[in-house]
Design a protein around this ligand. Structure first.
Ligand code: FAD
Length: 449
């Protein structure tokens, strides 16, 4: 267990007392090492365990259906935690305020939180660490091989991290599941039902029906089962074809931590599917995903041009003044009003379903680069739209995917060409040779394909 501690963040000594799990990213009970660690500490000190989730009610950019997806999952999680004797609190406050209110309320002797390698969470942890009267532990509950143990530095590309992860992978896949037991040390501090209901109602008041995804651990598991039985046999063949339904659609569940990547990997590995399909899927689920975590953890500029490799910065500089045939502003892009019906369909797929197909995401981002006056503007627009509309947005995968598309992160140099320089290019005709564009547009419009 101790190998998943990213850091005890402050120098306070551990004392006996209640344990508070500040849940941010890993919103699940099954196979959650951070919650498990918190419970083990509470058991050691024969004390109650509490969970707090700071609800981002006023968070800029977060879409109503993203909020509803989180809320639906938390409601189910709360019930399951209650059955285990672990009170759950939803506080409509900033994380620091929520955590300190709870520390005081339950007289917490220790705070445990999950690991998210993004700037805001790291700042929050620093502030908690600075002001906290008790120790703060950060546990990596998201990566199969813990991020800081997979590598201690920023990796250059998939080929440099692959070996490092594979060397440790079996060890982590084979560790016993982190099972939460009925908690024997109870407390009479619970969130008042009325307060809870009011918060849930407030969140849902503008509930939009755009999302096609059910939320929660059961929905995540059902999605996994469907993937393994119906889609995994075609994964290698069709995963880059947005007309076929061959991808897992697990990213919204992975993003909110409603399912553990380790559980998914183990289920896929014992599924008896063809080796090529299994290997290709594990490559995406573990190597590519954990490479993105590595990038965001070790590169503070994971969402701006300073995070590009040197060659990409240079190539963008030398093509900065290249003329653009089309230039679009944020509104035209957001409203899917470009000359390119394929791009418009991809944008609409993201807005109407909360998720764009992975292959289209690359095309979508590269065209934004081609149609905006500068790479800086292109990056800002792509990040803004991706985070605003994707159920899996605001994620290391998103920042890294956009930095790959526009800034050559984890990619190699290509032939020099206008606007893109040596960044890999994608075009409409390339897509046409891979899948039926008409069928994709029809699919997005809800017409029979
Ligand atoms: P599957 O093909 O079924 O893959 C299973 C899992 O593997 C995914 O859920 C994901 O966790 C991981 N994975 C797959 N492809 C990648 C990849 N290229 N990089 C890292 N991990 C991967 N992913 C997000 O989770 N959130 C985002 O906001 C996001 N934005 C992206 C933006 C751009 C411009 C690009 C190029 C990629 C982005 N990705 C993002 C990565 C990838 O496209 C998605 O993870 C994938 O499409 C999710 O769909 P799925 O679960 O059905 O994928």
């Amino acid at each position: 267990m101790i190998d998943r501690v990213v850091y005890p963040k402050n120098s306070h000594e551990e004392k006996a007392g209640s344990v508070l799990y500040y849940m941010q990213r890993d919103q699940r009970i099954i196979d959650n090492p951070a919650l498990y660690f918190a419970q083990q500490k509470a058991l050691e000190y024969r004390s109650p365990l509490f969970v707090v989730y700071p609800l981002p009610v006023e968070q800029n950019g977060i879409n109503n259906y993203q909020l509803c997806f989180i809320m639906d999952g938390l409601e189910k999680l709360r019930t399951r935690l209650k059955e285990k004797g672990i009170p759950f609190f939803l506080l409509p406050e900033s994380p620091e305020t929520a955590v300190f209110k709870m520390v005081e309320k339950v007289k917490a002797a220790m705070i445990v939180t999950d690991f998210l390698p993004l700037r805001l969470k790291k700042i929050i942890e620093k502030n908690i660490e600075r002001k906290s009267p008790c120790p703060l532990y950060v546990i990596d509950a998201h990566n199969v091989v813990p991020c800081t143990l997979a590598s201690y530095k920023q990796e250059y590309a998939a080929y440099t991290i692959r070996k490092k992860i594979h060397e440790q992978l079996n060890e982590y896949l084979n560790k016993p599941e982190y099972t939460i037991q009925n908690h024997p040390y109870s407390s009479d501090i619970f969130q008042n039902e009325r307060e809870w209901e009011e918060l849930v109602t407030a969140c849902r008041k503008n509930k939009s029906s755009v999302s096609t995804f059910l939320s929660g651990e059961k929905a995540a598991n059902d999605t996994l089962k469907v993937f393994i039985s119906e889609k995994l046999p075609f994964y290698s063949l069709f995963r880059n074809n947005p007309v076929e339904n061959a991808v897992s659609h697990l990213s919204p569940y992975l993003h909110t931590g409603q399912i553990s990547a380790r559980m998914i990997a183990n289920a896929v590995l014992v599924s008896g599917n063809d080796k090529k399909n299994v290997d290709d899927f594990i490559e995406e689920l573990i190597i590519r995903r954990e490479l993105a975590e590595n990038f965001c953890h070790y590169n503070i500029n994971y969402d701006n041009v300073n995070g590009f490799p040197g060659w990409a910065k240079e190539t963008h500089l030398s093509h900065h003044n290249d003329p653009r045939e089309y230039i679009y502003g944020l509104n035209e892009l957001e409203e899917a009003k470009t000359h390119d019906s394929l791009w418009n369909a991809a944008q609409m797929e993201m807005i109407t379903t909360g998720k764009m197909h992975g292959y289209m995401r690359m095309y979508w981002a590269k065209k934004i680069l081609e149609w905006t006056p500068s790479v800086e503007q292109a990056l800002n627009i792509a990040i803004y739209l991706n985070d605003k509309y994707s159920l899996d947005g605001n994620d290391p995968n998103g920042y890294t995917g956009i930095m790959w598309s526009m800034g050559g992160v984890h990619d190699r140099l290509w032939f020099d060409r206008p606007i893109f320089g040596k960044i890999r290019y994608m075009n409409y005709n390339g897509c046409k040779s891979k899948f039926s564009i008409t069928a994709y547009i029809k699919k997005v419009n809800g017409e029979l394909v």
